[in-house]
Design a protein around this ligand. Sequence first.
Ligand code: SF4
Ligand code: FES
Length: 252
Amino acid sequence: MIKIFIDEKKIEAKENQTVLQAAKENRIKIPHLCYHPALKPSGSCKLCGVEVISPGGKHVVMLSCILKVKENLEIRTDSEMVKAHRKKAFNKLLQMAPDAGRIRSLAREWGVEVTPPPDGCIRCRLCIRVCNEIVKARALKMVADETGSRVVPEPGRCIGCGTCANLCPTNLIQVKDQEGVRTISIKDDIIGQLPLERCEGCGNLYATENFLKHVEESMGLHPDTKEHHRLCPSCTKLLSNRAVTERERIKK
Ligand code: SF4
Ligand code: FES
């Protein structure tokens, strides 16, 4: 048997055993993911790093799934050095597998703070900027808390135009027209839910009443367009084409 010390506790380990195997046999927990008792160790996940104190007093992190026990080996499993190594290892794994619940719950179990899962938003603020600067509905804003910043709706302000969804480069904002109602949402948050109006030409549902009112109020009723905003895009195009043809006919 070989005598080693894990967190100052004397352990009897078998010859040729790894530190991780010896720790497991003695119910000392060390996080690990790529270790499997039936396979040769690969040292891939790096989660099993422990601090090794050499006889000369040097401190270095080594992988316990690979490190073989040696007489009087001194190991720390929860030092600051180990915690820093572990955090780096968890975050590196989550960069490759951000949605892996097992890695996140293992990190939680070990009290390691890891980067939150990506939410699909690149924080370009295009949605907020267009809603503030062009549409002027101010229906979106950025909020920040300890988990970071994110886009949230400003309740009751959305007019249902869908411009934010059209500009969002990651398609995070969705517009859904269903049973006469337009719902605009960002992930699980509803930005606006508004009834749709019918086109005065073809009768198809095409825009929300709030949007149409907004157009009237902000643009005024210009003689060239006053009839157009109550028509869907196809009917507007049809009307414009007819007007051009009519003008050309009169000129002749
Ligand atoms: S929701 Fe889309 S448009 Fe808005 S900040 Fe995020 S990525 Fe940009
Ligand atoms: S268990 Fe993955 S590197 Fe040791």
